[in-house]
Every structure is written in structure tokens, then in C-alpha cells.
Design a protein around this ligand. Structure first.
Ligand code: WT7
Length: 641
């Protein structure tokens, strides 16, 4: 396999250089991880009070970092920079889907955050309270996040593509008192009615005492007196200025919900001190950020990628972060490239699904624009197939930009496995090596490292600063899911291979979690949603390999007697899932079946269904199957498709 080496000019300017500098970094990180992280914490960030202890393992797996320290994320992202030349640098360069543009300097962003924090304070919200942010991709979303962070209000951003139902579940689980939303957001030329969804959700959420509505689209919305207020009206009533609270390093910064193996989403809890350190280091090491860079992570702030690498990471290191509101193919499939050209983006970060969609659109779209400002590309969310990697490298990167294939998770908070662009020789499809200070490994079920060339489970052997601290309201599930498969070691849930050169290759999930377009989807959550529909007796959901989205959701459904397995019913069920969870979760296919393959004890054998959709037949052991004919019928039905 061809190795891709960074060019000499890239290496010359790289933040981490090959040879001695890189080896010294790795050596220090492995010899004394605590000294390694605490030295970086000292030089990278502002602390109102220094820590007593770097890593507290006394209540493992509930690890704590920088205990005794006080700090503030919003201070580190804003106030600190505004005391330097950076105050007039662009912090956020934003473009709305209709083409409207805004640029906020660090000073302007700080003023906006102070103003909104003053609003929250005036409403009586304070450290320890929880806020749900259900917003379009407008600058006011980072403003709201940073205002919460300034006061210690723990925020939970709910992706604007989630339905009212999913929003409600999250509001209730978090027991949030505040919802910040907008009248709507733009998506493919249409208005996404966010306030309407909030109204639908809040019927059953008595704990919410305040809804703040930002005016984005200007569509008609209903305002409930005593509960709802316009963002601009509230701001008119406060005086500027709102200092950052001195918060404990372990103060919960945010909760972000993600899918697990049960029907109930997990509230991943991230704290402040360690998180801000590791995302800062990733910006420097992985994205190689320079003072003159314009950086664009084309994800949505509603996912962890957006939290760490659109908002917090870029602002922590004082770079310019580009934010785009809408769809990549609106009004035409060259929208991303027009933005790269217009804003002279230097570092660009996206997902393999997006790259595959661009390949399908064709090279004529990137060719319309000058992409020569790009010097580094990134990929995240799912394994990238080597052919998509090659296309990204040559067509978008002009053959001159290293690609950082970054492996991480909502749980890890920050990038864990990735090339260092000035150091690592790249193999397309491999995330290469763990970052300095990250003890990732591939092991068997006893926790022994696999030999070179071997496959096994991806784990992290030692705590890392940006690790999630617990699951909101469910510490037992935290311990069970992540720390007891191999006692004392973080169990990722991915299968991986380490090749002869020690390169890591992440192969996919080992549990009943699918990865569709880089978004995590739970089979159990989809199944329980489907069986809540009045026409459904049973449902089993599996992932089928998909050229575009990596995996696609296929739902096997047994209707309740009297419901015909018609195309209309299939369409209705797909809509039902969209309405219950969100449009992005809509199954690609519904396959009706009068029965599902089960063991004699009644467990659905998803393994067989997976095989049917992947290979069109069933191999392996089926002796535990209760009724063999079911499988034959399902396989035959597949052949007709
Ligand atoms: C899962 C985490 C991290 C932000 C986006 C997804 C898969 C993620 C890669 C990669 C292969 C990857 C893993 C992981 N994944 N990045 N570079 N190569 N697989 O966050 O929803 O928490 O999902 O996404 O399976 O466990 P998430």
C-alpha cells in the first residue's frame, strides 16, 4: 500500500514536527502522563485557581481531572483573547442558507455572550441549572452555549433535526428549566419550524419555566405569555457586562444525548477543565492551527463534532471558525466549495458520508471554485473507504493536503486516534495512531493486546482529560456499559485491527448500534418506536451496507393481524419514525414478514437478518432457530427485490 507523506513545506511549518520533537512528546506522555497533561494545562489555559491533584482515581471509573482548580470555558474562549491583539480577529464567520453573512470578532462575540448571560441571570438561572438549546446553525447557538458556560448552566444542545417527541424525552430526562430556540431555521429552502416543535414538546414538560425565542426566519409563531419571550426583547432590558463565574474544573459543562443499545438515549456528561485542555491540544496537534488560519468544520453543532470542533476547540485556540446554516447541496451541490473559496478556508473537516455524496455529484462542482487555500483536510464519524479518501485527497486537496482521519466518540469528547499531519505517513482508511497521552489499544476479551495484524476490541487503558464523567442520572449504566466488559478498561464498542506497522483500523461497532451517515442509531430505539405504532406486532432493525451513508436502516416488520403489508403502510411507518425521532432516522426500507427468525427462547436473531441483507443468504449456525422456514422465506423475498 502506498504511504502518503506530508510535503516538506508542510513539515517545515507543522506544529508537531517529525523526529526528535515528536518522539519527545510521546516519551513524556508515556513516562508521566500526569506531568504531561498538567504542564499543558498550565501553558494552554487560564485557571482562576490551580489544581491540587491532576488526576483523582479514588472513585474510579468516576475519574476526576484537575481537582480543586477553578476555571471557566467562556473565559478561556473569549475574555482571555480580548486582552490581546486577537480581540479584533474574526471569531465566527457565518453564512446562512439564503446567503446572508455575518462576522463576529472575538470582542463582538464576548459582548453578545455577556449580554445573553445577563439575560439568563436576570431570569434567575444560575450554576447547576440545565438548559436545552434547540436552535438552527446561527451564531446565537454558540452565543447561548457560551453564555450558559459563563454562568455554569449545564447546556444540552438538541440537534434541530430531532422531532418534538425526541426533544421532550431530553427535556424531561435533564429536568431542564429553560429552553432556548428560534422561530425556525433554513434547510433546503424550507423553514424548519423549531418553535412549533418546542410548543408540541412542552405540553408534557411542566419543569420548563422559560422559553427564549431567537428570531431567525420571521415566520408566525405562538408565544405563551408568562413562559415565552423574544431573545431581542429580553436583551433590550439588560445592561451589558456579566463576568465569568469561577467554576470547579469538574463542573458539568454539557450533556449530549446519544444512542445506546437500549431504547433510551444516554446523556453523556462532559465537565470543564479536562475537556477544554484536550480539545485545545487537538486543535494544535491534529488541525495544526496557525494564527492566520480560517478553519471550517462542516458538521452540525447539534452533534459532539460541532461542540468540540465548531465551537469550543476553535475558540479556545483563538482561530476563526466558519459556520454554515444549511444543506451542502443548496441551491447547488457546489455550496461547500463556494464557501471554501469565498472565505479562503485553510483547514476543512467533514464526514465520509458527505465526501461520498460529493463524489456522486461529480467533480464539476469543486472544479467551479478555487480551492487552493486548503492546506489540511479532516474526516470523522465512520471509517472512510480508501477510494473516497483518494478522491478527497486529489480532487478537494489537490494532492497537497494531508488528511487527518480522526477517530473519537461523543463519550471521548475529543479526538483520540489520528495522524499528526506533519509527522505521520498516511494509509488511506486508517486513523493511524493514538494521540500523545492516549492509551488506546486493540485487545481480546481478557484485555490482552492483539499481536500485529490481529483484530479485536478497541479500548482505552488509561483515563484521559476530556473523557465523559458519567451518564446523566444513571451512573450504574455508565459503569456497566463502559467499564465492566473488561474490568477497569474503557470499552469503546468498536472492533479494530492493528496492522503489522501498528496502524489502527477501526472496523465498526460490535454492539447493536448502527452508524448511518456518521450518526449513531440504536436498533433498540428504532424497534421500540416501530412497535409503538398501532399496526406493528414486532420489529427488528438491522444495518445494511450502503454506498452513500455507510450503513442504512432496514426494518423487518410483522404487522398485527388485519393490517395488510402494503406500500402505504410502509410509507406510514417510515413517516412515523421521522415524526417520533427525526427525519434522519427514517428507515431506508421496511420489509414485511409474517414472522421473524427467533431462538427457541424467543430472542430475535438479528445476526441472521444482518446476513440476509448483506449476503442475501444465511450461513453459520442456525440450530437454535425455532422455525427454519422463516429464514428461507425472508431470503427468498430478498432475491425478488
Ligand atoms: C462512533 C462514535 C466523533 C464524532 C462523530 C461520531 C465511529 C467515529 C470514526 C473514524 C472509524 C469512526 C465509531 C465510534 N467513528 N469516527 N474516524 N473512523 N469510525 O460520534 O455518534 O459518538 O459515534 O463513530 O464507531 O465509536 P458518535
Amino acid at each position: 500500500m502506498d504511504l502518503y507523506h506530508p510535503s516538506e513545506s508542510f513539515v517545515d511549518r507543522a506544529n508537531v514536527k517529525p523526529g526528535e520533537p515528536y518522539e519527545a512528546l510521546i516519551a513524556k506522555a508515556s513516562a508521566d502522563p500526569e506531568a504531561f497533561w498538567s504542564d499543558l494545562a498550565e501553558s494552554e489555559l487560564h485557571w482562576f485557581r490551580k489544581w491540587d491533584k491532576v488526576l483523582d482515581e479514588s472513585e474510579a471509573p468516576f475519574y476526576k481531572w484537575f481537582t480543586g482548580a477553578t476555571t471557566n470555558m467562556s473565559y478561556n474562549c473569549l475574555d482571555r483573547h480580548c486582552k490581546t491583539w486577537r480581540k479584533n480577529r474574526a471569531a465566527i464567520v457565518w453564512e446562512g442558507e439564503p446567503g446572508d453573512q455575518r462576522t463576529l470578532t472575538y470582542q463582538e462575540l464576548l459582548r453578545a455572550v455577556e449580554r445573553f448571560a445577563a439575560v439568563l441571570k436576570a431570569q434567575g438561572f444560575r450554576a447547576g441549572d440545565r438548559a436545552i438549546l434547540y436552535m438552527p446553525m446561527v451564531p446565537e447557538l454558540p452565543v447561548a452555549m457560551l453564555a450558559c458556560a459563563r454562568l455554569g448552566i449545564t447546556h444540552s444542545v438538541v440537534f434541530a433535526g430531532f422531532s418534538a417527541e425526541a426533544l421532550k424525552t431530553r427535556i424531561l430526562d435533564l429536568d431542564a428549566g429553560l429552553v432556548v430556540t428560534a422561530d425556525g431555521g433554513w434547510r433546503r429552502g424550507n423553514i424548519v419550524p423549531l418553535k412549533q416543535a418546542v410548543d408540541d414538546a412542552l405540553g408534557d414538560c411542566p419543569g420548563v419555566r422559560s422559553v427564549i425565542v431567537y428570531r431567525r426566519t420571521g415566520n408566525e409563531v405562538e408565544m405563551t405569555p408568562g413562559r415565552d419571550a423574544w431573545w431581542h426583547d429580553l436583551e433590550a432590558d439588560v445592561t451589558a457586562g456579566c463576568p465569568a463565574e469561577r467554576l470547579d474544573a469538574e463542573h458539568p459543562l454539557y450533556v449530549l444525548y446519544t444512542s445506546g443499545t437500549t431504547g433510551k438515549p444516554k446523556g453523556i456528561v462532559h465537565s470543564t477543565g479536562g475537556y477544554q485542555l484536550q480539545v485545545s491540544m487537538a486543535m494544535r496537534w491534529v488541525f495544526d492551527i496557525k494564527d492566520e488560519d480560517t478553519y471550517w468544520c462542516a458538521a452540525d453543532v447539534g452533534w459532539v463534532t460541532g461542540h468540540s470542533y465548531i465551537v469550543y476547540g476553535p475558540l479556545l485556540v483563538g482561530t476563526t471558525t466558519v459556520m454554515y446554516e444549511g444543506a451542502p447541496d443548496f441551491p447547488e451541490p457546489d455550496r461547500f466549495w463556494s464557501l471554501v473559496d469565498k472565505y479562503k478556508v485553510n483547514v476543512f473537516y467533514t464526514s465520509p458520508t458527505a465526501i461520498r455524496a460529493f463524489i456522486k455529484f461529480g467533480t464539476e462542482y469543486p472544479e467551479r471554485h478555487d480551492l487552493s487555500s486548503l492546506r489540511l483536510l479532516g474526516s470523522v464519524g465512520e471509517p472512510i473507504n480508501p477510494s473516497a479518501w483518494e478522491w478527497y485527497h486529489s480532487v478537494i486537496g489537490g494532492g497537497r493536503c494531508p488528511i487527518v482521519d480522526t477517530w473519537w466518540q461523543t463519550e471521548t469528547g475529543s479526538i483520540m486516534i489520528s495522524p499528526l499531519p506533519g509527522v505521520t505517513a498516511l494509509k488511506p482508511g486508517s486513523g493511524t495512531f493514538p494521540l500523545p497521552g492516549i492509551a488506546a489499544d486493540v485487545v481480546d476479551l481478557e484485555g490482552n493486546s492483539v499481536a500485529p495484524g490481529g483484530e479485536g476490541y478497541l479500548v482505552v487503558r488509561k483515563p484521559w482529560p476530556s473523557m465523559f464523567r458519567t451518564l446523566w442520572g444513571d451512573p450504574e449504566r455508565f459503569r456497566e456499559t463502559y467499564w465492566s466488559q473488561i474490568p477497569g478498561i474503557y470499552f469503546v464498542g468498536d472492533a479494530a485491527r492493528k496492522d503489522e506497522d501498528g496502524y489502527f483500523w477501526v472496523l465498526g461497532r460490535v454492539d447493536d448500534v448502527m452508524n448511518v451517515s456518521g450518526h449513531r442509531m440504536s436498533t433498540a430505539e428504532l424497534e421500540s418506536t416501530l412497535v409503538r405504532h398501532a399496526a406493528v406486532a414486532e420489529a427488528a432493525v438491522v444495518g445494511m451496507p450502503d454506498e452513500l451513508t455507510g450503513q442504512a436502516v432496514i426494518a423487518f416488520v410483522t404487522p398485527i393481524q388485519g393490517n395488510d403489508p402494503t406500500d402505504e403502510l410502509a410509507a406510514e411507518l417510515r413517516e412515523w419514525v421521522a415524526q417520533q425521532i427525526g427525519k434522519f432516522a427514517r428507515p431506508k426500507q421496511i420489509r414485511f414478514s409474517d414472522a421473524l427468525p427467533k431462538t427457541r427462547s424467543g430472542k430475535i436473531m438479528r445476526r441472521l437478518l444482518r446476513e440476509i441483507v448483506t449476503t442475501h443468504k444465511v450461513s453459520g449456525d442456525i440450530t437454535t432457530l425455532e422455525d427454519l422456514s422463516v429464514v428461507n422465506r425472508l431470503a427468498a423475498q430478498q432475491d425478488e427485490d
